[in-house]
Design a protein around this ligand. Structure first.
Ligand code: GLN
Length: 461
């Protein structure tokens, strides 16, 4: 017998609908003329000012692009959050914070001001701070340090990345301001490594070649809790990704950081080559590229397009999270449910009379503070027709996607309190995740929970 024929797959091009939304934004800003090419690194002044690319990488690993999303350019300051991630992995937050702060500087990216007293640079997103973070990456020598950085940037992007030697040579030859900053920090003690060696690595790191598509995947990795959604590799731990995003949100756009957060409401980082990365946390990464810069060194088209995308996609961080779907999707009692099979007529009658002693609360989605609170308040009072007030609660977590630590603590406390008051608690969890501690009985199906409670009720009454 021949195997059943496989149905042929018909392409519908549904993903193009997302590309279409990017094309609309691209078209809207591609004609804008403002801005100047960066010229303090001479090689950057040779860029084509007309280039403009937008890419979105979702946390499910799909990438959508519009315009010049595959044109390579040097990563420049966009390397800073990712090298900061590497330093956090090597040293942990406290050690890193001894050497570099986390305060928005309110100044340009190449500001020379250090923190009075400590000599720390203000944050890892401006040149001074980034030079220190580069020096903190653990390696036996500068060549190995740069290779670790290149590998890390590549892991975020999901492919091996090369260096633009011309841009590197151009910046190394003209980088006097960064040299001045580095020597100042060395004198102040915040930069302890060899100055020229560190600068060489920092300039090379800034000359790594990426595309807007790469930037989108890099940002999506941060937005996805540190796991690259395209390769599936865990590049950094979730807490590292969170911290990097936090510093991007407050310091990523230099002296435009405050207004940027106000308008776009997204963690972001810009660079003098005209790139911009933004993260829609939990949803996607956005990579943009267009060389002309505004007075603060941020890409004119990239900033405008990212703000438009944030507005269209409702991404502002302070946007009230969607609570249209209630966490508590079912709140009932067993006497109101369809009766189980295999009950005798006598049992059925007793369950109709006394079934209100068994309450049901079914929860869906992520149990964080708001959801935990609504569960607690929904059991402020529980019905019991029995003379001694004995009753049962079925807590159905089948549709709970996760329970955060506070939720688990509150629900654990609830179970303890109820059980000390002769309320028997049964948790339903088909995945046996042990989300709530201390419960009297656990089942994997709602029906089993109902049967267990009913059997006890029938035996009592
Ligand atoms: N390599 C550049 C510098 O250090 C990076 C600056 C930037 O992109 N803002 O000056």
């Amino acid at each position: 017998m021949s195997p059943p024929a496989q149905p042929s797959m018909r392409p519908t091009g549904a993903g193009e609908l997302i590309t279409d939304t990017l094309d609309v934004v691209h078209d809207r800003f591609s004609a804008s003329e403002g801005g100047e090419l960066a010229s303090y690194i001479p090689e950057l002044a040779t860029a084509d000012p007309g280039l403009f690319g937008i890419a979105v990488a979702s946390v499910t690993g799909n990438v959508y692009v519009s315009g010049d999303a595959d044109v390579p350019f040097t990563i420049q300051s966009l390397s800073k959050p990712f090298v900061f991630a590497l330093a956090l992995r090597d040293l942990g937050l406290e050690e890193v914070l001894v050497r570099v702060g986390a305060e928005p500087s309110g100044e340009g990216f190449s500001s020379i001001r250090l923190e009075p007293g400590t000599g720390r640079p203000p944050n890892p997103m401006v040149n001074a701070g980034a030079i220190v973070t580069t020096s903190l990456v653990d390696a036996p020598d500068e060549a190995a340090r740069f290779e670790r950085i290149r590998a890390e940037l590549g892991a975020f992007a999901g492919r091996e990345l090369d260096v633009d030697e011309r841009v590197y040579a151009s910046e190394a030859a003209t980088g006097d301001r960064n040299r001045a900053i580095a020597y100042l920090m060395h004198g102040a003690g915040s930069l302890q490594a060899d100055v020229e060696g560190t600068l060489g690595t920092y300039f090379r790191q800034c000359s790594v070649l990426v595309t807007a598509r790469d930037l989108a995947v890099m940002a999506a990795t941060l937005a996805n809790g540190g796991v690259n959604p395209v390769t599936g590799v865990e590049v950094v731990e979730e807490h590292v990704a969170e911290r990097v995003l936090a510093v991007m949100a407050t310091c990523g756009m230099y002296d435009y950081a405050g207004e940027w957060l106000l308008r776009a409401g997204l963690p972001a980082k810009s660079g003098v080559s005209g790139g911009l990365v933004c993260a829609g946390v939990g949803q996607f990464g956005l990579g943009l590229f267009s060389p002309p810069l505004d007075a603060r060194g941020n890409s004119v088209r990239s900033v405008a397009a990212a703000q438009e995308i944030s507005r269209r996609f409702d991404l502002h961080l302070m946007h009230r999270p969607d609570r249209d779907v209630s966490a508590l999707y079912r709140s009932t009692r067993v006497d109101r449910l369809r009766q189980l099979a295999h009950r005798t007529p006598g049992q059925r009658r007793r369950l109709r009379d006394l079934g209100s002693a068994i309450s049901v609360r079914a929860v869906q989605g992520s149990v964080e503070f708001a959801a935990a609170e609504s569960i607690l308040r929904s059991v402020d009072e529980l019905p019991s027709p029995l003379p001694d007030g004995e009753c049962w609660l079925i807590l159905d977590l089948s549709r709970a996607s996760r329970v955060i630590s506070l939720g688990a603590q509150l629900l654990g406390g609830l179970v303890e309190r109820l059980q000390s008051q002769r309320v028997h608690v049964v948790v339903v969890d088909p995945f046996e995740r042990g989300l709530v501690t201390g419960v009297e009985h656990r089942t994997t199906t709602f029906e089993d929970a109902q049967r267990w409670c009913e059997d006890q009720l029938l035996a009592t009454a």
